[in-house]
Unconditional design. Sequence first.
Length: 498
Amino acid sequence: MKKIYSYLAVLLTLSLSITSCSNLDESAYKPIINTGATTILSTKFDTDMGGFTTQSVSGAQVWSLNSSGYVMVTGYVGSINNANEDWLISPEIDLSGVTSAHLSFDHVARYFANISTEATVWISTNYATDSLPATATWTQVTTKAFSDPGSWTFMGSDDISLNAYAGQKVRIAFKYVSTSTKAGTWELKNFVVKTGEAVVNDYGNGTKASPYTVTGATLNQTGTSGWVKGYIVGYAWFANSMNQFYFTGDTCTQATNVLIADSMSNIYQSKCIAVQLPAGVVRNGLNLKDLKANYGKQVTLYGGLMSYFGMAGLKNTSYYLLEDSTSGGTMPIEAIYSETFANSSKGGFTIQDVNLPAGLSYVWTPTATYGMTASGFKSPTDYASESWLISPAINLSKVTTATLMFDQALNYVSTMANKQTYISVWVSTDYQSGLPSTATWTQATIPTYPAGTNWTFISSGAVDLSSVAGKSGVRIAFKYVSISGDAATWEVKNVVVY
């Protein structure tokens, strides 16, 4: 019998008879649950603030209770980005009588320029109620990496250990930062502190050695590329004016996608991701229209972690490996560091303006489609400018060779005959922060430059980083320069160091 779920349908429990499956190792994907713990503090933020207080360090926006059952903060108001620093601080949490404890919460964070520094969690043992955060000592709490899920779907933080503070009284704070250029939104609910050891579910990290589980891929819809592992459980199709999901291979009449899940039991649409199968080797090797026997097989895939069919997805899939060692597509390079600049984000990069004339508000800016874009032009004037886009520290200490590649487009070049003077890449091992002049930089050679007269993205070619291989704290900078009367536009995305 055909099993079909519409996108808006109520989820039903399935009982499947599986005859084509093999090697179904589901144990690695079962979440571990901490049992026997005692709740010390629990705040849902459904009807009140639960004793939490707010402190606005700067800006007009603050944390506030939302009628939909969560607390939130955003500096984006009326289509305007506003600069803010706002703290949401817990009541005192008494850990004096425990030997181990852990924290968890649900949240969704979207549209941040740099989520790793603008949405953070802190802990203090000496904060006094209703004081500014600066009056106390705070230590940043290590959490799993926050990411923009691409929707307003709340994600669990996983357990966060508080063992280092057992025997003390503490406060937990959620620190929000926004700028006049980019202001994200952070929503939070279900804050819980319990006794007992923190148990962290292993969802993988998206590498070939540790691919994301389907749950991990769902929690990391960042637009970046990564590895995902799961079981082929069906396919999706648009019919009768809605997305529909089929948990079978028997009725499959199309070859453009499959659904994968962490397990072959209790399959729901919400437990799957939709995998795009581009025409060619990947589609020919995986689709259920032509290969019914693939139903139930475990597969490891490489592609872009982004929404597909209105749900968590993997798009532009370029490589697959089935449990029987059958593979196809192009094996991706295992990156040491990568940044796509997707979702209008500059990722962990920072911008340092060496020359920002009064007529320009910025030179580098993130875009939704074209990555990071640099230009000294603001209609109708071409301004003289210099601005650096600088990477976070990259650890190359364990490699003997290293290479940088990125995609770039360049337009409106007129008198800039020597592009290397105006559009260039630099490398440093001693840069920390602030202006580039505080460190030593060496220009790297870009093998291929764009024509400078169109918006066509081309690969940079392999930029040799061997001079900094074996070193930690390596920074890569994209340096843009314009001159009066000639301000080109440079677009950079899909940066990879391998």
